[in-house]
Unconditional design. Structure first.
Length: 305
């Protein structure tokens, strides 16, 4: 009874006509602000010599990543809010899934690379320029993207092989792994196992790196005799640590066991946090909590005016 599915219908959020316009306006504002904030950070880092450091090299690339990250999800999401035709082609669904998983996995590893940078800066300050040289930073960044692309390609190769029958409705607002696993009419146990193992590796290995780095940083900072020195050391990590907590806490349980999480109605609301809210907050966190970024941004746009 299998038929080849050519498109899916994204059910999204059930809303009234009045709520549709309000939701669209909120999503449009969030998307424009996210793109603008990240673009300003990239521009500030590029135009200020004082920010030509590994820490800001990774931050600039994180901003570049998040511009594409939200652009994969939010434009289609906004169109579907106002449109009665919520269809997405099978090829379009697989393409959206591929890029989304690539960007998510890349961000996991990139946040771990940023944690390692802070570890070297605080725990091995004399060797920091030697270890975190431009070549090594470029290699770390390339490794982040390779990890994301490889993970996404493997996951997609298993999900694209699944058969879909007459059930073409996806109870989500974008093509994610969990809804596709649940509407498949073929045995998805192998695809689910592969997805679980890869999710465990891509989430837990970077998370262990982050935790280990910050444990070492904590012990090193506690040895600093002056309270001013300890405060200065912690201030360089607070922005990154806040971003890590926000991103990991909203994605960890969703992707650790995707098929199970999809059964909960709250899953769509959790997804909104890491696809809309967290990307919107990340640039604000760095601008508000990092004096060097604030000063450089003020200097950049004051000089331009």
């Amino acid at each position: 009874n299998e038929t080849k599915v050519t498109y899916f219908i994204l059910l999204g959020f059930p809303t009234t006509a009045e709520q549709q316009l309000l939701l669209f306006s909120a999503l449009l504002l969030a998307y424009l602000l996210t793109v603008l904030e990240n673009f300003l950070i990239i521009l500030t880092i590029r135009n200020n010599h004082s920010l030509q450091k590994p820490m800001y090299f990774f931050l600039g690339n994180l901003s570049f990543l998040e511009i594409w990250y939200v652009s994969v999800i939010e434009p289609k999401m906004m169109v579907d809010v106002l449109s009665h035709d919520k269809r997405i082609s099978f090829q379009g669904c697989m393409t959206q899934l591929h890029f989304f998983v690539t960007f998510v996995c890349t961000e996991y590893v990139l946040l771990a690379a940023m944690a390692y940078d802070r570890f070297v800066a605080i725990c091995k300050p004399l060797r920091y320029p030697l270890i975190m040289n431009h070549r090594f930073c470029a290699q770390l960044l390339a490794g982040c993207w390779m990890c994301g692309l490889t993970t996404s390609s493997i996951k997609l190769s298993f999900i694209a092989r699944l058969s879909f029958c007459d059930v073409d409705r996806i109870n989500h607002y974008f093509c994610d792994i969990s809804p596709l696993l649940n509407i498949s009419c073929s045995d998805s146990s192998l695809a689910e196992l592969v997805d679980f193992i890869l999710a465990l590796l891509v989430i837990m290995v970077p998370l262990c790196t982050v935790v280990t780095s910050y444990v070492c940083i904590l012990f090193t900072v506690l040895k600093i005799p002056s309270s001013q020195g300890r405060q200065k050391a912690f201030s360089t990590c607070s922005s990154h640590l806040t971003m890590v907590v926000l991103f990991y806490s909203t994605t960890l349980f969703t992707y650790a066991h995707p098929k199970l999480m999809y059964t909960y109605r709250s899953n769509k609301l959790v997804s909104v946090l890491y696809t809309v809210v967290v990307p919107l907050l990340n640039p604000l966190i760095y601008c508000l909590r990092n004096k060097e970024v604030r000063f450089s941004m003020r200097k950049t746009f004051t000089c331009r005016r």
